[in-house]
Design a protein around this ligand. Structure first.
Ligand code: DGI
Ligand code: FE
Ligand code: FE
Length: 386
């Protein structure tokens, strides 16, 4: 008998989870696939996490018509941190004569050595990797390293994943976008009905933008959200700020939304391209009721930056510059720096340097705050290097 456990936060479960599950049932010849939503997944404090019962219910809806798949509430019922080695031990006891697999995506494979007690896991189960499209030879290379480290191989499930992630769905749901095609309709309906991940007034704010700009804002939110989780910052704040960041981009100065608004004077004349950051923060606050200062500041300084930026502010500033559709010389350097290490400060310094460079070549007026921001971060960076 072959049994596999597919663990994850499933927040929410999506179409690629289901495709991966079906591929595993097929290629590992499974008699049973146990879908296991984690209670508290280790290492992700800032991440949005829906309630146990919502994640469980969404899994039940999603896997209702997948033969051989069943959803388990074992980790949720056990409570505490959902360590895989404990779950593995439990299922090894439950199915002592079965061949047990633990199913993960390729992204998880990289993290596996840092899981608690990986040796115990491998004593009870075979790791099965559901391969997303990676470069040729990548799996072989990983396999070799894995074998050297752990003395056993992992199994490979033949599957080529599309670009869907739970982060993307949380962003889209936050913005009130329909979720057709990326999660089963029953799950999309559940999310919509219960208002899961919903960010108040984000849909209305995006309604002020043109369609192309809306897509840009959604991409900025995805990038910012992903990095926020890595840096243990609030994913929800990052998404909110990103969804509101360009809401005033198309508002005329005499728009009713800007009644009572005036540009700040303390940093000198505000260039036309920069004005929408201040207007955006005003609209987010006065029309859409955003009160969180971290979020408002992230909108307010997303074009110019400033000295002493907050962490969410930095993320939105940078995500805006590097989202996947941005094309300019130097963007690749920024992308690399953005994901590197445990701070985005080096990326921020380089981004500000590039912005100033760009404005100089274009002979645009440079807003003093942009220059101050660069000088502040360049000095800090230099100090760090000394
Ligand atoms: O609103 P987005 O197009 O998504 O991006 P953004 O808000 O970062 O920037 C819009 C433009 O503003 C971009 O081409 C760079 C420019 N900009 C940034 N800082 C300054 C600036 N333009 C002037 N004139 N002066 C600045 O200091
Ligand atoms: Fe902008
Ligand atoms: Fe933008």
């Amino acid at each position: 008998m072959n049994v596999a456990v597919f663990g994850g936060s499933f927040d929410p479960v999506h179409i690629e989870h289901i495709r991966c599950a079906r591929a595993a049932i097929e290629s590992l010849r499974l008699d049973k696939l146990i879908i296991m939503p984690a209670h508290t997944p280790p290492h992700k404090p800032g991440k949005i996490l829906s309630s146990d019962s919502d994640r469980l219910e969404m899994c039940r809806l999603a896997f209702a018509d997948v033969e051989k798949a069943e959803v388990s509430d074992y980790e949720i019922a056990r409570g505490g941190t959902s360590y895989t080695y404990l779950t593995c031990r439990h299922f090894k006891e439950e199915y002592p004569s079965a061949r047990l697999f633990w199913l993960v995506g390729t992204d998880m494979l990289r993290d596996f050595p840092s899981w608690k007690e990986p040796q115990f896991i491998l004593k009870d189960a075979t790791l099965a990797v559901c391969g997303r499209t990676e470069t040729d030879g990548w799996i072989e290379q990983e396999q070799k390293a894995f074998k050297e480290k752990f003395g056993v191989s992992f199994a490979v499930v033949d599957y080529n994943g599309a670009d869907v992630s739970s982060t993307k769905i949380r962003v889209l749901a936050g913005a009130g976008v329909r979720l057709t095609g990326i999660t089963p309709d029953s799950v999309a309906e559940y999310i919509h009905e219960k208002g899961l991940y919903r960010i108040e007034n984000a849909e209305k704010a995006l309604g002020l933008e043109k369609p192309k700009r809306q897509e840009h804002s959604l991409r900025v939110a995805q990038v910012a959200a992903k990095r926020a989780v890595q840096l243990r910052l609030s994913e929800r704040k990052a998404i909110t700020a990103a969804l509101f960041h360009d809401c005033a981009k198309y508002l005329a100065p005499d728009s009713p939304y800007l009644k009572g608004f005036s540009l700040p004077t303390q940093w000198g004349d505000v260039p036309k391209e920069v004005a929408h950051q201040f207007a955006g923060a005003y609209v987010a606050e006065h029309t859409f009721g955003v009160t969180d200062e971290e979020i408002l500041d992230a909108v307010r300084y997303h074009t110019s930056g400033r000295p002493e930026m907050g962490e969410i502010e930095k993320l939105v500033f940078l995500a805006d510059m590097i989202e996947e559709e941005r094309r300019y010389e130097g963007v690749e350097i920024l992308r690399e720096l953005f994901w590197k290490g445990d701070s985005v400060d080096e990326c921020l310094t380089e981004a500000l340097r590039q912005t100033l460079e760009f404005l100089k070549t274009k002979k645009e007026d440079i807003y003093p705050l942009t220059k101050q921001a660069y000088e502040y971060y360049a000095a800090r960076q230099n100090k760090k290097c000394e």
